[in-house]
Design a binder for this molecule. Structure first.
Ligand code: 13P
Length: 252
């Protein structure tokens, strides 16, 4: 059974309600191809507007983070069930910006992921090395450590995102060969954790994905779509990337 590609837009701290409304109106006017799961992950405050506008469409809705507790004294955090209540079905966990700027660790990311899955969300779990680690030849050691916490998760509600930190927001994209090498390594790690179920886990590439480079990245056998930052903010460029994923060879 082949893996349906996913193109997920991580809007980060962009697009309030007005801009989200304009984006949703524009994307609904695009003739999106079948065979690709498109997801947008707006800031929390824009989620209700997006949920209303995208209801009944094929575009899924995700959050950019989620807490592990159901409720309580956790100022500034959002519980999984609060997202589900809004129609959210996906949650990004462990993004490198959370790891670098907000104290996220492998352990806290794992707790978030488990709680999100328990509430019915599908987790997009991010891993990736910094430039320093790549240049020191430690890419695989970092990926091994970051993926070592995935074992207790449900592979049926898990998507992995390989996002080399040096490619995020820099315009410097991994080559398809670099992406495939990392994705193949991660697929092997998933086999170790989940056995045959690893073949069904989508592994997305993230880091300066654009309409101009999406097709060559998505052609790699273990690249099952993309997690897109800057280029997901505009409906025309986001839909061009979705079309690139639709034209990619099927992933077995
Ligand atoms: P850019 O596509 O802007 O490089 O961001 C990638 C990213 O961090 C997606 O989560």
């Amino acid at each position: 059974m082949s893996r349906t590609p996913i193109v997920a837009g991580n809007w980060k701290m962009h697009h309030g309600v007005a801009a989200t409304t304009s984006f949703c109106e524009a994307i609904l006017d695009e003739a999106l191809p079948g065979g690709v799961q498109a997801v947008i992950c707006p800031p929390y405050t824009s989620i209700p507007a997006a949920a209303m506008l995208l209801a009944g469409s094929s575009i899924g809705l995700g959050a950019q983070n989620v807490h592990w507790e159901e409720q309580g004294a956790f100022t500034g955090e959002i519980a999984p069930a609060m997202l589900v209540e809004l129609g959210v079905e996906w949650a990004i966990v462990g993004h490198s910006e959370r790891r670098a700027m907000f104290g996220e660790t492998d352990e806290t990311a794992a707790r978030r992921a488990a709680a999100a899955q328990a509430a019915g969300l599908t987790v997009i779990f991010c891993v990736g090395e910094t430039l320093g680690k790549r240049e020191a030849g430690e890419t695989f050691a970092v990926l091994e450590r970051q993926s070592s916490v995935l074992g207790p998760l449900d592979p049926g509600r898990l998507v992995l995102a390989y996002e080399p930190v040096w490619a995020i927001g820099t315009g410097r994209t991994a080559t398809p060969e670099q992406a495939q090498e990392a994705h193949a390594f991660l697929r092997e790690r998933l086999r170790g954790a989940f056995g045959d179920a690893a073949e069904g886990v989508r592994i997305l590439y993230g880091g300066s994905v654009k309409p101009a480079n999406a097709a060559e990245l998505f052609a790699a056998p273990d690249v099952d779509g993309g997690l897109v930052g800057g280029a997901s903010l505009d409906a025309a460029s986001f839909s061009a990337i979705i079309r690139a994923a639709a034209s990619a060879p099927p992933k077995e």
